[in-house]
Design a protein around this ligand. Structure first.
Ligand code: SF4
Length: 387
């Protein structure tokens, strides 16, 4: 087991060297992203090829994943065609089956010559020592059984006690991840190739990552380790769907990233993330394991304040906001003032190019103009309430 990312990289490199590996094929694993697995092995001269289609695309593009289960969701078929043209010398196409066939053609040769297959683990079953992979592409299974060596990289929270517990998780994961009752491939891998087995690895290594998880278990955020990485909270989040995964700056994005990242890399390194939420609660509603994500986001904001990580401007802004929200008359007057001001400048159109200190709001997209009449005024008119 690796205490931290540096130790995990050292262990992975040592295994690759001891096994004499020159080429590894890897299936999608967020845990391996956490420890910068590819950089570590490639730094020691081991070629690592991503075999999940989305991961293969972003590896060619030199980008990190932008979604837990759909790493290249931010790319169009045109982007991918141009990428394959540039990196693989393939002719342009707008046919998705053609693009998939191209990736398969290039990956097949890698599968057949790789010395090591690297996978994550959706679950690790303690009473049988099994690795469970839940995929839709079959690359995870092929990478785990074709090469001579199999290395699985997973966080310690992926361990479940008994095989009898697995069906409950297998019901939850595909339904929340991709809306399927069961994914195309569910592989339960136990040990190495035995006598009479037609295929399977001769050697198996399981690299367990602590990397901050033991500290989380002991604290008030322990429930976050129930996450099964289904990605449902990302899909439901209005912030994630507007800004995309890369805006979160590290491996995990969306609501789970806004909670998990500060806990794994430290709140000072990720202090804006818990603030990047409207607290609408959609994430908690869809989460199959009922992690109280909005409560944790609020708790992390309080931690940031207690640790002195909030700027003077943020504290003053929040105090001003609280003062206004406590006075209904003042709020209403302000709403009318903003409505008139906004209409005056924008003439009813979305606002672009705001000056400093608001410039960041309109740097990449327009800001909607405030309504002529505030909502509460419209509500009163509609209900026939006289002021
Ligand atoms: S927090 Fe819940 S919804 Fe989000 S990825 Fe984890 S299990 Fe899925």
């Amino acid at each position: 087991m690796a205490r931290d990312a540096a130790q995990a990289r050292d262990i992975a490199v040592r295994i690759a060297k001891e096994e004499g590996i020159a080429l590894a094929v890897k299936s999608k694993s967020m845990a391996s992203e956490e420890i910068s697995f590819n950089d570590a092995l490639q730094g020691e001269g081991v070629e690592v090829v991503e075999s999940d289609l989305g991961e293969y695309i972003i590896q060619l593009a030199g980008e990190p994943p932008s979604h837990i289960i759909a790493p290249a969701v931010h790319k169009t078929r045109g982007d991918i065609s141009r990428l394959f043209e540039r990196k693989l010398g393939e002719p342009p196409t707008d046919s998705i089956p053609q693009l998939v066939a191209t990736a398969r053609k290039h990956l097949r040769a890698k599968f057949l010559s790789a010395g090591m297959g690297v996978s994550g683990a959706n679950f690790l079953v303690a009473d049988t020592g099994s690795i469970v992979l839940v995929t839709n592409e079959g690359n995870g299974r092929m990478g785990a059984v074709l090469p001579r060596v199999h290395l699985a990289v997973a966080g310690i929270e992926k361990v479940i006690p008994r095989m009898a517990d697995l069906p409950a998780f297998l019901r939850l994961l595909p339904r929340s991840a991709s809306g399927q009752t069961i994914s195309s491939y569910v592989s339960i891998l136990t040990g190495t190739k035995r006598g009479g087995d037609p295929e399977g690895p001769e050697r198996l290594h399981i690299l367990l990552l602590d990397c901050g998880r033991s500290a989380i278990i002991e604290g008030k955020y322990r429930e976050v380790l129930k996450c099964i990485r289904c990605g449902a909270c990302l899909n439901a989040c209005p912030v994630y769907t507007s800004v995309g995964g890369h805006a979160y700056g590290w491996v995990y994005s969306g609501p789970i990233g806004a909670v998990l990242t500060p806990l794994l890399i430290g709140l000072p390194e990720a202090v804006p993330l818990p603030g990047a939420s409207t607290l609408c609660g959609a994430c908690a509603e869809v989460c199959p394991v009922k992690i109280p994500l909005p409560d944790f986001l609020l708790e992390l904001r309080a931690d940031a304040r207690d640790q002195g990580l909030k700027t003077a401007g943020e504290i003053a802004g929040m105090k001003g906001y609280a003062a206004i929200m406590k006075r209904a008359g003042l709020l209403e007057a302000l709403e009318r003032f903003v409505g008139v001001l906004s209409q005056f400048f924008s003439k009813g159109n979305p606002i672009s190019g705001l000056p400093y200190p608001f410039a960041g709001w309109t740097e990449r997209r327009d800001f909607p103009a405030a309504a002529k009449q505030p909502f509460r005024k419209l509500w009163k008119i509609r209900r026939g309430v006289r002021e």
